[in-house]
Write a protein that binds this ligand. Structure first.
Ligand SMILES: *Cc1c(COP(=O)(O)O)cnc(C)c1O
Length: 454
């Protein structure tokens, strides 16, 4: 019998609306707070930093479905639908009764899921008359996505790139520059936030938190300039639900239903993107799908962080968000999964985790590369070091199914490819990578500093 391996949608079947899970949540996330007044943030306060349409989406707790603008959907058609793939090769290598599916977001022109939100945010900025945008980037995927999206809509972009990645991943910088963006290593001397940090710690290699502070500072001090964020916030995850909405239809084409849905976890956008449309089945139809968010063991906000109000950035410029956090000045180890080196989780995911509707899983760095290598050898795709965490979790689930002698359908999001991350693979192959232990005292020291508003 011929077995179908890849499932695609036609252009007409690409979703026309994103899914806003907040509308269907019984316990809504707590509001974001203005750090000065400690009152819930208003739409007008949000629009100081973000464009108005995204600010409205951020605060929308009532509409489950939000129209995808035609201009954005047109650009989605350049690479969507992305394939849903049955990983026969990986299944065979694991000798597992489980059926493993992955949603391949690595086929986007920039190599990751990040473009799904970058196009939407650039579109809204353009529509509102914004001329300049700023952002941060860790490993460089978000900056790459936004560089292309900014160019597609005729915007000027300045990217603050975490210094360790700026040096570890020079090709991502080249790609951003080729798309026409200005790229600055963060912390830099171009902002007060950067100067303050460099004064205290001249060798600091940067973090997403610091880079966000710099980008926000520039946006609030430049006329006609808005800040654009690649993860964590509700509207970003909203845009990413196009992943899960497609996967929902494609799983149906495959004639199967997932028992477990997995995404790697930085701020939560690809995890929420693939999960929320399926979680809707649990919330509204009493289904019992399991949701696993795979984070690095060295940056374990979901499993070892506390649920508390915290800032999204290091300097404390952003609104305060109710999140699972390791504290906003937590400095994660320099693992290669740069996109997962973030101290907190988005507010929706944090509420879902608190309510037991999903689980966090910690993956040590070496296990992630071992999984990535097996995946590369059996499926022919070099995964991003971030995505490798989802693969490692899928492998754990497939092995569990084997031990229990149970068939099980596993779906994970392959958030990106790792073709520009080969330095990391070289180090792994040479035996130069290590795991990082994170003592409880380090976490405690950071979270103890937080003001306890909950
Ligand atoms: C940015 C990134 C992530 C992490 O971000 P999320 O918002 O948690 O999805 C994961 N994988 C890849 C390939 C990325 O570029």
């Amino acid at each position: 019998m011929d077995k179908q391996k890849r499932f695609f949608l036609t252009e007409n079947e690409i979703p026309t609306r994103w899914y806003n899970i907040v509308a269907d949540m019984k316990n809504k996330p707590l509001p974001m707070l203005n750090p000065k007044t400690k009152k819930p943030i208003t739409l007008d306060e949000m629009t100081v930093i973000f464009n108005r349409a995204c600010s409205e989406q951020e605060l929308n707790t009532t509409d489950a479905w939000i129209e995808i603008p035609e201009e954005v959907r047109e650009l989605y058609k350049n690479y969507r639908s992305t394939p849903l793939v049955r990983a026969y090769g990986l299944e065979k290598a694991l000798d597992t009764p489980a059926h493993i599916y992955f949603k391949n977001e690595s086929v986007s022109p920039i190599g990751s899921h990040k473009l799904n939100s970058a196009l939407a945010q650039a579109y809204y900025c353009k529509k509102e008359g914004v001329t300049n945008i700023t952002t941060e980037t860790g490993a460089g995927q978000w900056g790459t996505a936004l560089s292309y999206a900014a160019k597609a809509f005729g915007l000027e972009l300045a990217v603050y790139m975490v210094k360790v990645s700026y040096h570890q991943k020079p090709y991502r910088r080249s790609i951003m520059q080729t798309f026409g963006a200005q790229v600055i290593a963060s912390p830099s001397m171009s902002t007060r936030a950067g100067k303050d940090i460099l004064t205290v710690n001249p060798n600091y290699q940067g973090s997403l938190g610091t880079a966000i502070s710099e980008a926000v500072e520039l946006a609030t001090q430049t006329p006609n300039c808005k800040y654009v964020l690649g993860s964590v916030l509700n509207h970003v995850t909203l845009h990413q639900t196009v992943i899960g909405l497609e996967a929902e239809k494609q799983m149906e084409m495959a004639g199967e239903y997932p028992d477990v849905v997995i995404g790697c976890f930085g701020g939560g956008s690809n995890f929420g993107g693939i999960s929320f449309p399926f979680m809707r089945h649990n919330l509204l139809e009493g289904k019992n799908i399991e949701f696993l968010a795979a984070e690095p063991a060295s940056c374990p906000k979901l499993t070892r962080g506390i649920f508390q109000y915290d800032f999204g950035d290091e300097a404390g410029y952003t609104p305060m968000m109710p999140m699972f956090t390791l504290g906003h000045d937590f400095q994660p180890a320099h693992i290669h999964a740069g996109g997962l080196r973030y101290h907190g989780a988005g507010t929706i995911v944090s509420q879902l985790l608190k309510d037991g509707l999903m689980k966090g899983v910690d993956i040590p760095q070496l296990e992630s590369f071992k999984a990535a290598t097996l995946f590369a050898q059996t499926e022919g795709i070099i995964p991003a070091p971030e995505s490798a965490h989802a693969i490692a979790t899928a492998i754990r689930e497939a092995n569990k199914a084997k031990e229990e002698g149970k068939q099980k359908n596993i779906l994970f999001c392959l958030s990106g490819h790792g073709l520009i991350d080969m330095t990391a693979y070289d180090q792994y192959n040479a035996g130069d990578l290590t795991n990082y232990e994170l003592p409880d005292e380090v976490i405690k020291a950071n979270v103890d500093k937080l003001e306890k508003l909950i």
